[in-house]
Design a protein around this ligand. Structure first.
Ligand code: GLN
Length: 572
């Protein structure tokens, strides 16, 4: 399985040299080809939700730590063109990229682990792929051919992956959503299989599987993994690695068993026990030498591994004892009788990054705002919180409760960070209870409110009337100018910032003066001054509402400035 680019690098003595050699080659010779890129497909077996995304991101981090240029692509098998139209309870968080795509939460993992802004090219869904193929067919791009599911759909998938590779990456990881054996990801597996024929020696397959330890039996079982490997085989794919997710580390006899039954070397069966923090995963994988083994399979010389940054972070996570309690008040939690925190994953990660940065242990409580509407006495439970966050949201459910929580935070000097809807509702609360605008509201909830302090932007209104919902919000990175002397400008340490948006409503300029007069500080606006992006209460310990989503830009080793200052206020 020697790669064609082996010769270029076999004489390289250090990882730094490997990287620069490769980059030179890209710009000189391979600009329009994918030559020199290794493709690693990550697919899931047995069940969903076992960490395919973090596995993909972790392998990326490992290769990056050895000096390679890496990126990751997510394939979602849904018909939805993007994740923007999906309920977070169905699909978890909608992650927004700088270039305004509404993507899967795994893109967030890639950004956090690879410390890289991922673009729309790195995300595809079944809907998106079909949309392109149909569009091309209508444009006669297939030159009169019969356009068929196979090969045209997998070919479009491959075209998209190769497009990413051409940006000059040494490795592109491709995570295939869903689980092997599902009807809906078959065409993506077909694309992966075809990719290996097209790029011999440059494609590897990683199967992420789950090994249950049934309580009554007490033994780790390998059979579901064996079936998963067989199912993958029947799609024409032999895994090169099997990542064994389980509660506990994998032992030798089970490694052997999986090796024999799944037809791979025991050294390529990687133990992936549950971890305290997701940032332990790359370090755990390296205990089984996955980096070295991947590079060997590509015929590449190994750069020196360097995960010092993550090791240090993990030590902090393990060592810190003093706690800080942050409440996230939302509504996208419940699925039947189970609690799901996926809908707010970037907010949760951003809180963790900030807490670890302050050497504190984060205790994050998910509180359902609807409960305060039913029983105001329940608000008493907020007393145990050091800080309160109201994250993004849509629609009327739980809004009354959120406004009560904001009032509590404002009156009791409890640090408050409002994210998008959390900023809009803080404006509503302030208008009602400080400015005396009784019944003030956002027109999202009450279209004929007497005081529409939050209202829909005119271009957005047109889209709503036309029922043109998909991908039409104010999306992606927008510049914002900060007012001198505010908490925000101190936090960022600069005057001009860029943050990611996803909303249709805005603070209504008609009420700006009235709100400001009563003490609401407009701490940030769009460069033309027309859109309010940040509100603050200067006399409060920390009361900041932002029209954007700073959580998307927080990184484990670089907490977001606003989250950092919010947590600082919560512990002081
Ligand atoms: N529902 C609000 C809007 O559309 C807020 C959206 C959000 O919180 N992301 O403007």
């Amino acid at each position: 399985m020697k790669s064609k680019f082996t010769l270029n690098h076999s004489s390289s003595s250090s990882n730094v040299q490997i990287k620069s050699d490769r980059n030179k080659n890209f710009s000189r010779k391979f600009k329009l080809s994918t030559k020199g890129t290794g493709f690693i497909f990550v697919v899931g077996g047995v069940m969903s939700g076992i960490g395919k995304g973090t596995t993909t991101a972790s392998i990326g981090k490992i290769l990056q730590s050895r000096g390679f240029k890496v990126t990751a692509v997510k394939i979602d098998p849904y018909i939805n063109v993007d994740a923007g139209t999906m309920n977070p309870i169905e699909h978890g968080e909608v992650f927004v990229t700088d270039d305004g795509d509404e993507t899967d939460q795994d893109i967030g993992n890639y950004e956090r682990f690879l410390d890289q802004d991922i673009t729309t090219d790195n995300y595809m869904t079944t809907g998106r792929v079909y949309e392109t193929v149909i569009h091309k067919e209508r444009n006669l791009d297939y030159g009169g051919k019969c356009v068929e599911v196979v090969p045209h759909i997998p070919e479009e998938v491959i075209r998209r992956i190769e497009k990413v590779a051409r940006r000059g990456y040494d490795f592109v990881l491709i995570e295939v959503g869903g689980t092997v054996g599902e009807y809906q990801n078959i065409l993506f597996l077909e694309a992966a299989r075809m990719m290996k024929i097209k790029h011999p020696g440059d494609v590897l397959f990683v199967l992420v599987s789950y090994l249950p330890i049934p309580a009554k039996i007490g033994e780790m079982k390998t059979k579901p993994t064996q079936y998963a490997a067989r199912t993958l085989n029947s799609a024409g794919i032999q895994p090169d690695f099997i990542i064994c997710r389980s509660e506990k580390p994998l032992d030798k006899p089970r490694k052997q068993k999986i090796s024999i039954f799944c037809n791979i070397q025991p050294e390529d069966v990687i133990s992936a026990p549950d971890a305290d923090s997701i940032y332990e995963i790359p370090v755990n994988f390296e205990k089984d030498k996955i980096g070295e083994r991947i590079l060997n399979k590509f015929g590449l010389k190994c750069g020196k591994k360097d995960l010092k940054d993550y090791k240090k972070l993990n030590q902090t996570v393990k060592r810190v004892k003093r706690q800080v309690t942050i409440g996230i008040i939302g509504k996208y939690f419940a699925t039947g009788k189970f609690v799901l925190s996926d809908a707010y994953i970037s907010v949760i990660e951003a809180v963790k990054h900030a807490c670890w940065g302050h050497k504190r242990k984060p205790e994050i409580l998910w509180l359902n705002s609807e409960e305060y509407e039913q029983d105001k006495k329940k608000l008493n439970e907020l007393k145990k919180l050091d800080g309160i966050i109201i994250p993004g949201g849509f629609g009327s459910r739980g809004v009354k409760g959120k406004i009560l929580v904001i009032q509590y935070a404002r009156k009791n000097n409890v640090p408050y960070l409002g994210l998008c809807y959390g900023m809009q509702l803080a404006t509503v609360e302030f208008a009602r209870n400080v400015c005396g605008m009784r019944g003030a509201h956002t027109t999202e909830i009450e279209s004929d409110t007497k005081y529409p302090v939050i209202h829909v932007m005119p271009d957005q209104e047109k889209k709503l009337l036309a029922r043109d919902y998909g991908g039409t919000m104010r999306l992606g990175a927008w510049p914002c100018v900060l007012k001198k002397g505010t908490k925000s400008s101190k936090a960022y340490g600069q005057r001009k910032i860029e943050e990611r948006h996803r909303h249709r409503y805005e603070l209504n300029n008609k009420y700006r003066e009235r709100l400001e007069k009563k003490g609401l500080n407009i701490a940030g606006t769009s460069p033309d001054g027309k859109l309010v992006e940040i509100i603050e209460l200067p006399k409060h310990k920390f009361f900041v509402g932002v029209q954007f989503h700073p959580e998307f830009k927080s990184r484990p080793l670089r907490p977001h400035p606003l989250f950092r200052e919010f947590v600082k206020a919560a512990i002081s």
